[in-house]
Design a protein around this ligand. Structure first.
Ligand code: 5GP
Ligand code: ZN
Length: 141
C-alpha cells in the first residue's frame, strides 16, 4: 500500500518528521512514543501505510510483530517494568488516534490503573528523558 502524504507516521518513515528511532529494517520501524504513558513506551509500525488490522497484509503484520517482540525485549531490559502490554487500536471506537497501523510497546507498573483508558495518562515526554531512554533501549537491541 502506498504511503499517505497526510499521515504523520508516513512522514516519520520518510524522515520529513523526526523521531527517536530505536530500530528499523526493510519493512518496519520502531521509535519512542512522543507522549509516553510510562518510561520506555514506544511504537512499532510497518513502513507502508496500512490504516488498521483490517487492511494490513499478512506479510506486513508478521514483520511488525517480529520487530515488536525484538524491541519489547530491549524495553524490558532497559526499564525493568513490572510487566509490559502490547496494545493495538483499530478505529475511533477503539481509541485509535493515528490511522497508520501500530503496536504500542507499553511498559506496565503494578497498580498503574491502566485499563483501556491509558490515553488520558499520556503527557508529552521531555526530549532529554526520551533521548536517554531511546539510547538505553538501543543498547539492548
Ligand atoms: P493510538 O491512539 O492511535 O493508538 O496511538 C497513537 C500514538 O502515537 C499515541 O500514543 C501518540 O502519543 C503517538 N504519536 C502521535 N503523534 C506522534 C508523533 O508525531 N511522533 C511520535 N513519536 N509519536 C506520536
Ligand atoms: Zn501512514
Amino acid at each position: 500500500m502506498a504511503n499517505n502524504p497526510n499521515c504523520i507516521f508516513c512522514k516519520i518513515v520518510s524522515g520529513e518528521v523526526p523521531c527517536l528511532k530505536l530500530f528499523e529494517d526493510a519493512q518496519t520501524l520502531a521509535f519512542m512514543d512522543i507522549s509516553p504513558v510510562h518510561d520506555g513506551h514506544c511504537l512499532a509500525i510497518p513502513k507502508q501505510h496500512y490504516p488498521t488490522v483490517f487492511t494490513i497484509s499478512p506479510r506486513a503484520i508478521a514483520a511488525v510483530a517480529q520487530t515488536t517482540a525484538k524491541v519489547a525485549k530491549a524495553v524490558e531490559q532497559a526499564v525493568k517494568p513490572d510487566g509490559l502490554s502490547i496494545m493495538q487500536a483499530n478505529g475511533p471506537g477503539a481509541g485509535q488516534s493515528v490511522g497508520h497501523f501500530h503496536f504500542h510497546i507499553l511498559p506496565r507498573r503494578i497498580d498503574d490503573q491502566l485499563l483501556f483508558n491509558w490515553e488520558r495518562y499520556q503527557t508529552p515526554g521531555e526530549r532529554v528523558r526520551l533521548t536517554e531512554l531511546a539510547e538505553r533501549i538501543r543498547s539492548f537491541l
